[in-house]
Ligand binder design. Structure first.
Ligand SMILES: [Zn+2]
Length: 359
């Protein structure tokens, strides 16, 4: 098969690569789905346990590569991955943890699938979906991970709802185990000790439930859902003074936010008075910069009256080297214009004071 391109992210031995290349074309699956045939896409994928949303850590399919923006997911049967190959490439610490997580034995299975998805729709699948007989017989050599107890989960959810810190939630969980379970952390195949990963999972599913935000989707899709022209949350739309998505590599993402109450406070304590600007660089791993506009109230207490958020310029290595006078000026002007539009007169602070924190 001269045109076959085996994805480079698969973990395969030389022998497996040769086996794949020697297979006739007809052995490979290559299917495209139309928008309207999503039902058949789902039933096809279900047959092979390849519905991406349903893949669990204890399954044989492992994601070897994914690009959420392009909607590309490359999966491989873990019975086909000789993890000792990986150990030659990566550092030993990482391998130790990976190895211990491997639940199935390596039997040289060749199955892999490259799935393309756009938003919620499956577009295509290409791959070799036949598992070796040895693979089909292969049972997990480690038991599947134990489920977290529902009560523990609900306790964590309740605390997350009132914005408790992670350490507080872990302490509360420990207290519960000591007081009510006699210190036992596993009872009847259920776990009672909350791990950091549990907490991340619980938080993510709450975010999805409350905000309709799916963290598996590309960030720009989620952001657009909130701040874009089709935003459904009136409160957010009302507070969005300016939103510019990043469409090209050299573009910046820009966002100016202030609630009506904050805008009123700006008039009360910012007009003809001092406006403070507090800058934080790199508030997320996406090199986003945040400048908070603050005023001082009667008691000289700082109150935030608006947020200027923007991404680093394309190609910038560090968020801190990525802002200048002109971008701040542009965003402050957007803020000021909004205030003036609403009130019909000029908003003039006496002076701007800038503070900067770099993380
Ligand atoms: Zn397999």
């Amino acid at each position: 098969m001269p045109n076959l391109q085996i994805p480079s992210h698969l973990i395969l031995t030389q022998k497996q690569k040769e086996q794949l290349y020697s297979l006739p074309v007809s052995e490979f699956t290559d299917v495209n789905w139309e928008w309207e045939s999503q039902n058949s896409a789902h039933s096809f994928l279900r047959k092979y346990n390849l519905v991406l949303e349903n893949i669990q850590p204890e399954h044989k399919w492992k994601v070897r590569y994914s690009d959420k923006t392009k909607g590309i997911y490359l999966l491989q049967c873990c019975c086909g991955s000789d993890m000792s190959l990986k150990s030659k490439k990566s550092n030993s610490e990482e391998v130790k943890t990976r190895k211990s997580r491997q639940m199935f034995k390596f039997v040289g299975c060749l199955a892999f699938a490259r799935i393309k998805k756009f938003e919620d729709n499956y577009i295509s699948i290409f791959g070799y979906l036949n598992h070796l007989e040895d693979c089909q017989r292969c049972l997990p050599c480690q038991p599947p991970p134990l489920q977290l107890n529902e009560t523990v989960k609900r306790m964590a959810q309740n605390l997350l709802k009132i914005h408790a810190s992670s350490s507080h939630i872990h302490d509360d969980n420990m207290d519960f185990i000591v007081k009510h379970l006699d210190g036992k952390v596993i009872i009847n195949d259920e776990r009672f000790l909350l791990s950091s990963q549990d907490l991340i999972n619980i938080r993510n599913s709450m975010t999805k439930e409350i905000w309709g935000l799916d963290k598996r989707k590309a960030e720009e899709i989620n952001i657009d859902q909130f701040f874009g022209p089709n935003g459904k949350d009136n409160e957010i739309t009302e507070a969005t003074i300016y939103y510019k998505p990043r469409k090209e590599i050299n573009d910046r993402f820009m966002l100016v936010l202030a609630t009506k109450n904050q805008r009123d406070l700006a008039w009360k304590f910012g007009h003809q008075q001092i406006l403070h600007l507090d800058g934080t660089f790199g508030i997320s791993n996406k090199k986003v910069l945040l400048f908070t506009l603050l005023v001082l109230d009667d008691q000289k207490k700082g109150i935030p009256i608006g947020y200027l958020i923007f991404s680093a310029a394309g190609g910038a290595q560090r968020a801190s080297s990525s802002y200048d006078h002109s971008i701040l000026k542009e965003l402050i002007l957007r803020y000021k214009n909004k205030l003036e539009q609403e009130k019909g007169c000029a908003f003039i602070p006496k002076v701007y004071i800038l503070y900067i924190f770099i993380y």
